[in-house]
Design a protein around this ligand. Structure first.
Ligand code: KG4
Ligand code: ZN
Length: 356
């Protein structure tokens, strides 16, 4: 395991996440490689955005603004000591939504005279694997944690990419999607099936009991010698199949089979591309990250893949798979230990922020 400076004392961060439609604040404590949440709150805005069929950035920002300060106040009461720094998601995400968290974090950092640590949301998703489902459980055996180099598959609503994590704060992107993200494909197929936003969990639910071999949807880029993804063709193929079978749109078996076959195609591509990257880069561990990591079929297939390849797999605790501030606090903790702080007066939200 890589040596960490100041490993002997507990550090504590306030973390803020407002990149999309979850308002979240957390207190993360850490000692060396170990991290744990002392307080954590998430407020989802899904009910509000459902009426629009997707997230409306200005509405998201208004909701973040109404809830973030009371949440910060509440988690601060759970801190078991003084905080050492403030971590905030600086990007990627929806500009008006990100700005709320960033401005609040800047103001608090300046007022409390605490260092400010900007965090990339995608890096946060990766660090969710450092947390445990039971917040009281603090890792004692460091081998329970991901080892470097780690290969991370990030699958969220806006991103699908394979990233090599050579160390804390040291990432190389191996490849990404050239069109839709995996979560976006789930959301769009859900819309085609008349299911509410966010579509991922809805399609996954519909797929239960469906025949995943009923339709052979395309698996793009599998023969290519790269780590690039594409889900637009798959989405279009589902659309054409639905158009060609309009009379069956209310047939529950047909709908289940479509959902299961679509999900199978997505999972298949994700697993095969990850397997290819493992063969090439020989990582010491494999990490699943991002909202689509909440998909039970993908979680199970990831575990099987790890066993077959003989490489430890880290799937984030279910509670930290979707957007949350705890994962941002963990990423911020390791960034802070490595000296990545910024001037509270100059930090700007960056909707297109990259992991590298
Ligand atoms: O990471 P996340 O919470 O937000 C972004 O950073 O984008 O990911 C949200 C995405 C949405 O596209 C949602 O449909 C998808 O994750 N998702 C799922 C499941 N739960 C959430 N996709 C498939 N199966 C699920 N169970
Ligand atoms: Zn996310």
């Amino acid at each position: 395991m890589h040596a960490i400076p100041y490993a002997s004392s507990v550090m504590r961060l306030l973390a803020i996440e407002t990149s999309c439609d979850e308002t979240s604040a957390a207190i993360i404590a850490g000692e060396g490689e170990r991290v744990w949440p002392e307080a954590h709150l998430v407020r989802s805005q899904i009910d509000i955005h459902q009426a629009y069929g997707g997230v409306v950035p200005e509405v998201a920002a208004r909701e973040h603004l109404a809830y973030i300060l009371p949440m910060v106040r509440s988690v601060m009461k759970g801190a078991k000591g003084e905080i050492d720094a403030i971590a905030v998601t600086a990007g990627p995400g929806l500009a008006p939504a990100l700005r709320v968290g960033v401005e609040v974090a800047k103001t608090l950092a300046a007022d409390w005279k605490k260092p400010l640590v900007p965090v990339c949301h995608l890096e946060g998703h990766i660090y969710a694997s450092w947390l445990r489902e039971n917040a009281e459980h603090i890792v004692t055996d460091l081998h329970e944690l991901p080892q470097f180099p780690a290969l991370a598959l990030i699958v969220s609503g806006g991103h699908t990419e394979l990233v090599l994590m050579r160390d804390h704060a040291d990432f190389v992107r191996l490849g990404e999607t050239i069109d839709d993200a995996a979560g976006e494909a789930f959301d769009k197929v859900a819309k085609m099936l008349g299911l509410p936003y966010p579509g991922g969990p809805e399609v996954a639910k519909l797929a239960e009991g469906g025949n995943s071999q009923a339709f052979s949807f395309p698996r793009a880029m599998l023969d290519k010698d790269n780590f690039t993804f594409s889900f637009a063709g798959l989405k279009t193929s589902v659309l054409y199949t639905l158009r060609d079978n309009e009379e069956k749109m209310t047939d529950e078996t047909f709908r289940r089979d479509i959902a299961a076959s679509f999900q199978e195609a997505v999972v298949d591509v994700l697993i095969k591309k990850t397997t290819k990257a493992v063969a090439f880069y020989k990582p010491a561990s494999i990490i699943l990250a991002g909202g689509v990591a909440a998909n039970l079929v993908l979680r199970a297939r990831f575990q099987t893949m790890g066993k077959e390849l003989g490489v430890p797999v880290h799937v984030p605790p279910f509670a930290y798979s979707l957007d949350n501030a705890a994962m941002i606090g963990v990423a911020g903790y390791f960034r802070f230990l490595h000296g990545f702080t910024t001037d509270p007066l100059t930090l700007k939200a960056d909707p297109n922020m990259d992991i590298v």
